[in-house]
Design a protein. Structure first.
Length: 284
């Protein structure tokens, strides 16, 4: 091996690997140093304890201001931590990008904070180079988790929708009390789902910073009630589709219980606007 290079990069992970590649493409003579092994597909045996020994750095911890500890998992192999992250390639969410400027002062052009749109052309390029694609061959367990995330997302949307209804000024006191009661149910549903997902090792989704609701069509109390009924019917349908695919007993039990509550919400709201509470023998 040569003893002189234009650039020496230490570490082949998401930072070092990209820097080394970019410099090499621009004609620089680059030496990329990595203390871990260079493994290929045939070397991965799906034996987690063996992989933890061969591919991971020892666990490291960092304290937060509130006293809690954050665990750092890092790969010790060619590719670094990107190798042990199951080839997942998410784009940063808008709410995460929005934190960068307050935390670091980073800007897109020397004055304006970064936005998601500033990063899109770079994501496009990297995804093309890496061959990033949407998976369609996930194991059944992945679809189980997906259904849980969707159910939690629906609950968070309902919480925001009932807030819009409560603040519309269109609801009479008894109806307003009912709406607030239903909203509290959705908060409890969201709490149960989030805890169950976390217990299963997932990271629960959080509420969007902004929801788009048809507020311009809400002119009367009945408009608000029909809007709420539409959301509740959608939730019923979502849980009907989700419960059968939940492989986890705790998640299925929680979802089935919530399904019953959502169905009662829907029936009460239909009855409040003069429609048949239970329109059919079966719900789809």
């Amino acid at each position: 091996m040569k003893d002189r290079f234009d650039v020496v990069v230490v570490g082949s992970g998401a930072g070092g690997g990209v820097i080394a590649g970019e410099l090499a493409q621009r004609g620089r003579d680059v030496l990329l140093l990595e203390c871990g092994p260079h493994l290929r597909a045939a070397d991965f045996t799906r034996w987690e304890s063996k992989a933890a020994h061969e591919l991971f750095w020892p666990l490291r911890f960092a304290p937060l201001p509130n006293g809690e500890l954050v665990t750092f998992l890092a790969g010790r192999c060619v590719g670094g931590t990107t190798t042990i992250n199951t080839k997942v390639a998410f784009r940063a969410h808008e709410r995460d990008v929005a934190k960068w400027h307050p935390a670091s002062g980073l800007t897109s052009d020397g004055s304006e904070p970064f936005s998601v749109s500033d990063l899109e052309p770079y994501y496009d390029r990297v995804e093309q180079v890496l061959g990033v694609r949407e998976r369609s061959d996930w194991e059944k367990s992945v679809y189980t988790a997906e259904a849980g995330f969707r159910a939690l997302g629906a609950e968070l949307e309902a919480i925001a929708a009932y807030q819009v209804g409560a603040e519309s000024g269109l609801l009479q006191k008894p109806v307003l009390d009912l709406a607030v009661s239903f909203q509290s149910h959705h908060k409890e549903h969201a709490d149960v789902l989030a805890k169950t997902i976390a217990k299963l090792g997932g990271k629960p989704v959080i509420a969007k910073s902004k929801y788009t609701f048809p507020t311009d069509t809400l002119k009367t109390q009945n408009d608000v009630l029909r809007f709420a009924a539409t959301l509740e019917k959608g939730a019923v349908s979502a849980y009907l589709g989700a419960v059968p695919v939940f492989g986890n007993r705790d998640l299925a039990k929680a979802a089935a219980s919530i399904l019953g509550d959502e169905a009662m919400h829907w029936a009460i709201l239909r009855n409040a606007v003069g429609e048949a509470p239970v329109p059919a023998a079966f719900v789809s």
